[in-house]
Design a protein around this ligand. Structure first.
Ligand SMILES: [Zn+2]
Length: 374
């Protein structure tokens, strides 16, 4: 079992005293498409991103939320949600099951669903998991002559030798992966007006390809959808690099000849600015859906604790992970096993199966002709 770690709050610059105004100014900027650097990054530095699990800190995201809800952004459940959640002082905290979640959705008592996803929703599309032994990307990286596997996502190594990263990018690109039933289930959730936001750790862009609009996405670890010159910071569309990458050339900036790097978050790099949306989204959520993630990577993983304690959390995953294992809540629902089967089961209980199949058929035809993100 992976060790659970609190987020490294030292990485959050706005956490310093008097930093709240700065934090909310930045969130406002994200929402208003305001001030943003060329690569769209925040001041949060992902010092603990990509799997570092030992960053203890006495203060967690729960404190962040209580600060917000205490004076800045009160939660307002609908009447039906309040009665079902029992949000009063004498709330009855009976155990929930998958059917209960289904009924909450059907009754529209849950209509601000926040979703967190990880590599487990991409593997059914043929994207290898970065960390699975044997089949994972790390295991396949030995051919690139890296000093250690993680170096492929380190800026210092990339500046010295970008070849392994672009070889890996080419391998992913040539696989021509497509969204699977899980992505389309989430798209359906959006189409029905139930998706508040989808937070993904995946860099494959399949959420976009499935038709979920960018405004509903937070790609916490970046994506290949855009790229930035590592020297002059000139931004460019991600698709501009693929002609070079598929011919085994290093993409260069047309202005300064610096290496152009896709906006995938490397170790030590700033998180995308949109990640700041979590301070608004999670306190507003009335259902948290977590799919296919080991909840090991910070600061992403701690978001699973950032919803109100009265809010149901549904985990559909191969294993019991994170706080579902070590600090379960009374309203947690866990559906263990194959993630595709779990999502199909949920769709079936919701009565969405036919709609989902129709959507997949319609979108598959589109994707075959559309521009790919990766
Ligand atoms: Zn440049």
């Amino acid at each position: 079992m992976a060790r659970w770690a609190r987020p490294a709050l030292s990485a959050f610059r706005p956490w310093r005293p008097a930093g709240w105004r700065s934090l909310f100014t930045e969130v406002g900027d994200v929402l208003g498409e305001g001030r943003q650097g060329p690569s769209g990054r925040t001041d949060m530095v992902a010092t603990s991103l990509w799997g570092v699990r030992t960053a203890p800190c006495a203060v967690g995201l729960a404190v962040l939320n209580s600060s917000i809800t205490g004076g800045r952004r009160p939660i307002s459940f609908s009447a039906s949600a309040s009665s079902i959640f029992g949000s009063g002082g004498n709330s009855k905290k009976e155990k929930l099951f998958l059917q209960d979640i289904v009924e909450l959705i059907q009754a529209r008592a849950c209509q601000r669903v926040v979703v967190m996803v990880g590599a487990g929703i991409s593997t059914p599309s043929g994207i290898p998991d970065f960390r699975s032994p044997g089949s994972g990307l790390y295991s396949n990286l030995q051919q690139y002559g890296l000093p250690y596997p993680e170096a492929i996502f380190e800026l210092a190594f990339f500046s010295h030798n970008p070849k392994p990263f672009f070889t890996l990018a080419k391998e992913l690109y040539l696989r021509s992966c497509r969204p699977n039933v899980i992505h389309y289930f989430l798209r359906l959730l959006h189409d029905k007006g139930l998706l508040l936001r989808l937070y993904t750790q995946n860099i494959d862009g399949l959420e976009r390809v499935s038709g979920i609009p960018a405004s509903k996405l937070v790609e916490a670890h970046g994506s290949f959808a855009s790229a930035t010159c590592t020297v002059c910071q000139r931004p460019s569309p991600g698709k501009d690099i693929w002609a070079d990458v598929t011919e085994d050339r290093i993409p260069r900036c047309p202005v300064c000849t610096g290496i152009v790097k896709p906006d995938v978050v490397f170790f030590g790099e700033a998180l995308p600015q949109r990640f700041l949306l979590h301070v608004l989204d999670f306190p507003m959520a009335d259902l948290l859906l977590i799919l296919g993630t080991s909840l090991e990577v910070e600061p992403f993983a701690s978001l699973s604790e950032a919803v109100q304690s009265s809010v149901p959390r549904l985990l559909i995953n191969r294993d019991l992970v994170g706080p579902f294992a070590w600090r379960p809540r009374s309203r947690d629902v866990v559906q263990l096993g194959d993630v595709v089967h779990g999502v199909e089961r949920l769709a079936e209980l919701l009565g969405w199966t036919q709609e989902l199949q129709d959507l997949i058929q319609q979108e598959t035809e589109k994707v075959q002709t559309a521009d790919r993100v990766l």
